[in-house]
Write a protein that binds this ligand. Structure first.
Ligand code: MRU
Length: 351
């Protein structure tokens, strides 16, 4: 079973520092909301569902240590720390989803005495961890139904255990197929430039789980598809909108085009917390632009000349026409997504 990515112990908050993997396994205790903001911003905790939970835990840390005498004062801290944490990263909608849930819960419990109020915020953040585990297991069960023994899956970035509380989104399908259904599945992992989440994280966690994985550079995906080595592409998403357009790690769009050309199904695993029905098309998704150094340097070493222009979007948008199906915890949906995605929310208690 994968190790948890972030967790609590008697109100203390811990994350795995993902920037140190795979060379070192380092646990970081979060002591302040500022430290959580920087952990999210610097990708020490990353992946859409994990970022959402990290946001909720960040608010907990802010009120836990606050020198507030009244619940009214604590409510102000909930509001301010949520606003602050929401500015850490713009694309993964899970962060806003989790912070909205915490704020709503805080307002609903505003009549509690301060100590009880604090406890109920922690309880909700911990519940989000439990729910995430259940959601990921459901994604795994549905996703595995799309795989048969002997299949080879291509994935991009990291949509495994490290991107969630524990069980992953897109890779949950692979874990489930292998561990529970005893299917033989192999994975090709794109290295995922510039920050190499595929090379550093996906290969690490699949190896830990005993699942055969082959690392390829991003520019090798076409070749392995052309050779007939890929039966399906499975990716996660940071935000999927009403018409089924999918924001995910930069490079995902190119893979979807390649998959279409080669007649390979392209599946997206999307918990409902990553689906944003308030946006009607992918053009409206805010795409995070990151520092030039992530492209001009690798592991702290400059690999490009100084004073050049750099374009470094963290995500791209895959048009819905290229998405074969979207796997959610409520089932697998197919086009037309503008009808099938909203229908899922009629069943969701948090919508
Ligand atoms: O910039 P990151 O590492 O947070 O990006 C993560 C991804 O793009 C994942 O594929 C995505 O969060 C979906 S899977 C949980």
């Amino acid at each position: 079973m994968p190790k948890p990515t972030l967790w609590t112990e008697n109100g203390r908050v811990f994350i795995i520092d993902q920037t140190r993997l795979p060379l070192e396994y380092v646990v970081e205790e979060i002591h302040s909301v500022e430290q959580m903001w920087s952990a999210i911003r610097a990708l020490r905790v990353r992946g859409a569902p994990a970022i959402g939970i990290a946001g909720a835990l960040g608010v907990w840390v802010a009120i836990r240590d606050a020198d507030a005498k009244t619940t009214e004062d604590l409510l102000v801290i909930v509001e301010k720390s949520s606003e602050y944490l929401a500015a850490a990263r713009p694309t993964a909608v899970n962060l806003f989803w989790a912070l909205e849930r915490i704020k709503k819960h805080a307002l609903q419990n505003a009549s509690l005495p301060p100590d009880e109020f604090k406890k109920t915020i922690l309880a909700l953040a911990e519940k989000m961890i439990e729910e995430d585990n259940e959601v990921c297991l459901a994604l795994g069960r549905y996703g595995a139904s799309l795989l048969k023994s002997g299949d080879r899956v291509l994935t991009h970035c990291n949509a495994g255990s490290l991107a969630t509380a524990q069980f992953g989104t897109a890779l949950a399908a692979v874990y489930y197929a292998v561990e529970r259904e005893k299917k033989r599945i192999e994975v090709f992992a794109d290295e995922t430039r510039p920050l190499l989440q595929g090379a550093r994280l996906t290969t690490w966690e699949l190896s830990e789980a005993g699942i055969p994985v082959t690392l390829i550079c991003d520019n090798m995906a076409a070749d392995v598809m052309r050779r007939g080595w890929v039966n399906a592409v499975f990716v996660g998403t940071d935000r999927t909108v009403r018409n089924g357009d999918v924001a995910n790690k930069i490079g995902t769009y190119g893979l979807a085009v390649l998959a279409k050309y080669h007649g390979i199904p392209f599946y997206v695993a999307a918990p409902l917390s990553s689906i944003d029905l308030s946006l009607s098309s992918g053009d409206e998704i805010p795409i995070e632009q990151r520092e030039a150094e992530e492209v001009t340097h690798i592991a702290g070493h400059r690999i490009a000349p100084e004073k050049i222009n750099v374009y470094n979007p963290a995500f791209d948008v895959t048009p819905h026409e290229l998405v074969t199906a979207i796997i959610t915890e409520k089932g697998i949906v197919c086009p037309p997504y503008s009808e099938t995605l909203p229908a899922l929310f009629k069943l969701d208690p948090h919508s």
